[in-house]
Write a protein that binds this ligand. Structure first.
Ligand SMILES: Cc1cc2nc3c(=O)[nH]c(=O)nc-3n(C[C@H](O)[C@H](O)[C@H](O)COP(=O)(O)OP(=O)(O)OC[C@H]3O[C@@H](n4cnc5c(N)ncnc54)[C@H](O)[C@@H]3O)c2cc1C
Length: 326
């Protein structure tokens, strides 16, 4: 029974079935939906997003009856969809606009390692490419790329970002940009209304993983329970821990070196393990781990606490135990 309107003067919400409910504080956690790319042919049968159980069932069903799939988007969601379809027997091509996979979480080397690992499993991956049209009469039959290549397909999964569900907030007159604008206490432009999760935006940042949502929920619980609470949500160094098709990946803070950062890089070509640590003024500012991520939380603590790493800098790439021994 979705909420269809907020009356900020009366402080009530109304649902589709016509129920009206009063609130003292209102929390919007409306999430998001798959972003549309605005491509010609997006409405064809066989073109879909990847968001909920219904989509998942549809993907499984399609993989049992069709042979070829194209996934648009090489972020974690696109790669999970691609690997799922591949493991169910489909020939899958992933199209990614960025120069490397998972470009929000990984640096270029990490992205290249992931591409190699997934290619070895049988995925076809094309980076730095964008679809310009989806072709077919009723059913999708091919994807046309910006270099005029045509890829024949029976299924297209669009996993190229999310659109926060802001309609309810916009209609109620709350400040929205890409998502519903909030301050560090998750308060919207109306002091009685809060927002968190994928529907909110703090400064310039929106969120697409559960971890920031959990941290926001923790802050908001304190804010709602104690009116004098100084709890505040700080998005900058939330670690991301992912398993892309069983390959562990961790990233926290900066992922690419800037002019005033140094990098410590450790790579084992045999076991396909990679670790890149970014340092500024003897403080850790970023960590990208691929293949082995058990030291991730320890690195993220060093980043958050801005510890001086000079006493154990030479051991930094070997992780917690070596650094503590040093
Ligand atoms: C396939 C998939 C896999 C993912 N895997 C991972 C992962 O491995 N790790 C990770 O960190 N993140 C993952 N994510 C992302 C994660 O699921 C989201 O970041 C998280 O669920 C966002 O939480 P949320 O509460 O903001 O929104 P949602 O979980 O989307 O919840 C929003 C809810 O609000 C409801 N709603 C919307 N509008 C209204 C309305 N008007 N009235 C009433 N209800 C309404 C919606 O129906 C929905 O149930 C994945 C996402 C997908 C789609």
């Amino acid at each position: 029974d979705p909420v269809t309107a907020i009356d900020r003067e009366e402080r009530t919400v109304t649902t589709a079935s016509g129920r009206t409910q009063h609130y003292t504080s209102l929390v919007l956690a409306t999430g998001s939906r798959s972003a549309s790319l605005g491509l010609e042919g997006e409405g064809l049968e066989g073109v879909m997003g990847f968001r909920d159980l219904k989509d998942t069932r549809q993907l499984i069903h399609t993989s049992q009856h069709q042979r070829r799939a194209v996934v648009i988007g090489g972020g974690f969601l696109g790669l999970e969809a691609a690997e799922g379809l591949r493991s169910r027997g489909m020939a899958v091509t992933v199209l990614h606009r960025g120069s490397h996979l998972l470009n929000r979480q990984l640096d270029e080397t990490g992205g290249a390692l992931l591409k190699q690992a997934l290619t070895e499993r049988g995925l076809a991956i094309r980076t730095q490419t964008s679809p310009v049209a989806l072709l077919g009469r009723n059913l999708v039959r091919a994807v046309q790329l910006d270099d005029e290549t045509l890829i024949s397909t029976d299924l297209v999964v669009i996993a190229a970002g999310i659109t926060p569900n802001t309609e309810l907030a916009r209609e109620a007159g709350l400040d929205c940009e890409r998502a519903i604008c909030v301050n560090p206490q998750l308060q919207t432009s109306d002091p009685y209304i809060y927002a968190l999760g994928e529907c909110c935006q703090l400064e310039n940042q929106t969120f697409g993983l559960v971890e920031p949502g959990y941290q926001q929920a923790d802050v908001l619980a304190q804010v709602l329970c104690h009116s004098d609470s100084e709890a505040a949500f700080e998005p900058s160094t939330i670690p991301t821990r992912l398993k892309i098709s069983g390959i562990p990946i961790f990233s926290c803070g900066q992922t690419e070196a800037g002019p005033d950062t140094e990098s410590v890089v450790w790579q084992d070509y045999d076991t396909n393990r990679y670790c890149r640590l970014l340092i500024r003024d003897q403080r850790l500012t970023g960590a990208v781990l691929f293949g082995e991520t058990s030291d991730g939380p320890w690195y993220s603590e060093r980043i958050q606490q801005a510890d001086d790493i000079s006493p154990y800098r030479a051991h930094l790439a070997f992780g917690k135990h070596y650094c503590e021994a040093a």
